[in-house]
Write a protein that binds this ligand. Structure first.
Ligand code: PLP
Length: 416
């Protein structure tokens, strides 16, 4: 007896594997500094917790409407209109799901058709290195991932020319993620307008069905003076853009599982309806008593978000300075999210003091964890362009950053 090929062919996430190994070492009493997990180390703002507790006390424990209640969808639509300047977004365009991850998975299911017999699969254009779940989600939806590799020297950002070369008549989705995981970099407004121009031209010629999926989960975690810009606000492509966001990162609410998406105008309504239908036959809705907590987060917690942002800003500076001081390491300056993505290929072909040979990001990360007790995520799983890099999360204390990167520095200097 076997499980389905669909389930059997999916690779488990390396991030979770590294976190598990680090946990195992910790259980053996080894002091490990972990830069592996992708979640804030802050607590959820008290006001948000109170809103949930109050909802429970009021007895708000029954089924909610599938996409979320109208009041909460209105708060989200208002936020997207005011802060992100998305045109044509109403509460009916918004679907709330169990995490940005579920929003993205359902959205790809809603956009991608399986290939017709003898036909070509729908292509999902993915600038890489990219978050690990986009590719498996695409494959589950029976689409084909088309990687567009980017380089450290260009801050791991796709250029309009590279994007243009990758677009074909089968292009269905372009996934953009700014600020980016794992890269820690972000696009500025002019770069996104140039990309929007390429999409608009392609849509008018060879790729009429192209949709932009803009993952803006890290929107609030920015610190280089580059304002966050939503590509869905560009009028020429607004209706063919679906913006995905959530509360996990900005509000330190990873365990709550709250994400949402919204498109615009007529096509946006079709997308919301399709995503809600898929959700209605899988998970129904998020927990009813979380809905008031979303409203509290989005309308009452700006000060807490800013306090966390300032903390990430200071950690980003320290992380970047310490990484740059390690001989041979190349790292774009982190400008958003809470990641640095250094190129550690200067270590390839060298040997650790215990005699382990390093010839890949995975062997670097494995050896660093075993010998220096520092956990980082190897870059291979983030797609083309990631195989020379490791991801360092700085959602941890300044002390841990100094301790862990100090150990990594000594580890690299000791390689033969
Ligand atoms: N998108 C990116 C780029 C992420 O890094 C993550 C989480 O790590 C998500 C989406 C999904 O987050 P969640 O499901 O917690 O909202």
């Amino acid at each position: 007896m076997e499980v389905s090929r669909r389930a059997g062919s999916l690779k488990p996430s390396t991030t979770l594997a590294v976190t598990a190994k680090a946990r195992e070492l910790k259980a053996q009493g080894v002091e490990v500094v972990s830069f592996a997990a992708g979640e804030p180390d802050f607590d959820t703002p008290q006001r948000v917790k109170d809103a949930l507790i109050e909802a429970l006390r009021r007895g708000e424990t029954k089924y909610a409407p599938v996409p979320g209640d109208p009041a909460t969808r209105k708060v989200i639509a208002d936020k997207l209109t005011r802060e992100n300047r998305l045109p044509g977004v109403t509460p009916d365009h918004v679907v709330i799901s169990s995490g940005g991850k579920q929003s993205l998975a359902l959205l790809l299911q809603a956009l991608i058709d399986p290939p017709s017999p003898g036909g070509a699969p729908a292509e999902v254009l993915l600038p890489t290195p990219a978050w690990v779940s986009y590719a498996p989600m695409t494959e589950l939806a029976q689409g084909r991932v088309v990687e567009i590799p980017t380089i450290a020297g260009a801050d791991f950002k796709v250029t309009p020319a590279a994007l243009e070369r990758a677009i074909t008549p089968n292009s269905r989705v372009l996934i953009l993620n700014s600020p980016g995981n794992p890269t820690g970099t972000m696009y500025d407004e002019s770069e996104l307008r140039a990309i929007a121009g390429v999409v608009a031209r392609a849509a008018a010629t060879i790729a009429p069905n192209l949709v932009v999926v803009s993952d803006e989960l890290y929107e609030k975690i920015i610190y280089a003076g580059i304002p966050h810009f939503s590509i869905g606000s560009v009028p020429e492509i607004a209706e063919r853009t679906v913006t995905v966001n959530g509360l996990s990162k900005a509000y330190a609410m990873t365990g709550w599982r709250i994400g949402y998406l919204a498109g615009s105008a007529g096509f946006g309504l079709k997308v919301a309806k399709a995503v809600a239908t898929l959700q209605s036959q899988s998970t129904t809705s998020i927990a009813t008593f979380e809905l008031p907590a979303i409203r509290a987060a989005l309308t009452e917690c700006a000060a807490e978000v800013e306090a966390m942002r300032r903390e990430y800003e200071s950690r980003a500076k320290i992380t970047y300075a310490l990484l740059k001081a390690i001989p041979g390491i190349v790292c774009p300056r982190p400008t958003g999210a809470f990641y640095a993505f250094p190129d550690i290929s200067c270590c390839f072909g060298r040997q650790s003091p215990a005699g382990r040979r390093i010839d890949s990001a995975a062997s670097f990360a494995g050896t660093l964890l075993e010998e220096a007790h520092v956990a980082v995520v190897p870059g291979e799983d983030f797609g083309a362009g990631g195989e020379r890099c490791v991801r360092v999360t700085f959602a941890c204390s300044e002390d841990e950053i100094r301790k862990g990167l100090g150990a990594m520095d000594r580890f690299i200097r000791a390689l033969r």
